[in-house]
Design a protein around this ligand. Structure first.
Ligand SMILES: [Mn+2]
Length: 328
């Protein structure tokens, strides 16, 4: 499959640990080809017009750990051979090589990360990078996956590591995107190509510095008392760091209450909104999508990216939802 790839190549990967590790494995396998790697604008699960233009000059494009919109993929495929390695839900994109066992109906528990899927596809033995992608995407919850908790356990024993070591490596690797440093995200797969073992991630000076910066920003924000609207914990923050989910989780867990956080500092033209509710959030997530916002979440969590002039309107709707006056 890879033998057919000729000319100039581009690898587009997710910015998180799984994206970095799957990118590392692909770059390693294709070390004799001409290929550069990029990540989309941090926070975007699609390519902008500008990115699409720039990325349309390549002969082949590999996408890993990202479910880009079909129209983006087809646009790239006009000029290039496209290969996708992914494990997100979505639909099969015909006309390109789309390796995603999950959308082909396989058991998601057996394909927990893009790094694992890529590693298997390449026929590699289990290794640190295949495992780190899994720990990155699932954290402690992977311990409930019988098959993989044993695999990871065995891997740790053989390599004299603990699960906590792996978790710390994930935290460190994820600092690059959390502080909004796209360039370092794109350098990270090359850093991973150079290292011999996990110690080198744990002891990496720059990543540790990032982690300290992140923690002090989080603690600074948490040190400012939150407002209260009726029984809702409400906080407005203005940070360039992508830490709104962490802040919301900490406020919600500490208070045990419905929590709503707005960050005005991550995007120039949009705000981040994050909510943790004590009831099912499906209806308010649906409402956000109806309003045309980039919006997602799970049972009790809503994350949305909203144009600045729509923020107040949507916050009011969320407050009504939390106060039980609407929906839910
Ligand atoms: Mn992933």
């Amino acid at each position: 499959m890879f033998e057919e790839l000729n000319g100039n190549g581009l690898l587009i990967h997710h910015w998180d640990t799984d994206g970095l590790c799957s990118a590392k494995l692909i770059l390693e396998h294709l070390k004799d080809k001409k290929i550069i790697n990029v990540t989309p604008t941090l926070g975007n699960y699609y390519l902008t017009e500008e990115e699409l233009n720039k990325y349309s000059k390549y002969d082949f494009v590999i996408i890993s750990d990202m479910s880009l919109p079909e129209e983006n993929v087809l646009c790239l495929a006009e000029n290039a051979k496209v290969m996708i390695f992914d494990h997100h839900l979505g639909k099969i994109i015909k006309d390109v090589f789309h390796h995603n066992p999950i959308i082909k109906g396989e058991n998601p528990d057996l394909f927990p990360s893009a790094s694992w899927i890529v590693n298997e596809f390449l026929g590699n033995d289990i290794n640190l990078f295949a495992v780190l992608g899994i720990v990155g995407d699932h954290e402690q919850k992977i311990k409930n996956n019988k098959f993989f908790s044993k695999k990871i356990d065995d891997f740790c024993k053989e390599n004299n590591l603990t699960f906590e070591d792996l978790h710390k490596m994930v935290y460190l690797l994820d600092t690059n995107y959390k502080i909004g440093d796209k360039e370092s995200v794109e350098q990270a797969p090359h850093l991973l190509l150079k290292i011999q073992n996990g110690e080198e991630i744990l002891n990496n000076e720059k990543l540790n510095k990032n982690l300290n910066n992140l923690n002090s920003e989080i603690n600074k924000i948490l040190g400012i008392p939150a407002e209260k609207i009726d029984d809702i914990v409400f906080k407005k923050i203005d940070t360039s760091y992508n830490i709104i989910s962490t802040i919301t989780r900490r406020l919600a867990w500490d208070s045990g209450k419905n929590t709503l956080v707005i960050n005005t500092g991550f995007f120039d033209d949009k705000d981040q909104i994050y909510m943790r509710s004590k009831k099912d959030a499906t209806s308010i997530i649906k409402r956000g999508k109806e309003l045309g916002f980039k919006c997602g979440g799970k049972k009790e969590v809503l994350g949305a990216i909203v144009p600045k002039d729509k923020t107040n309107m949507f916050i009011e709707e969320i407050i009504l939802f939390l106060e039980n006056k609407k929906g839910g």
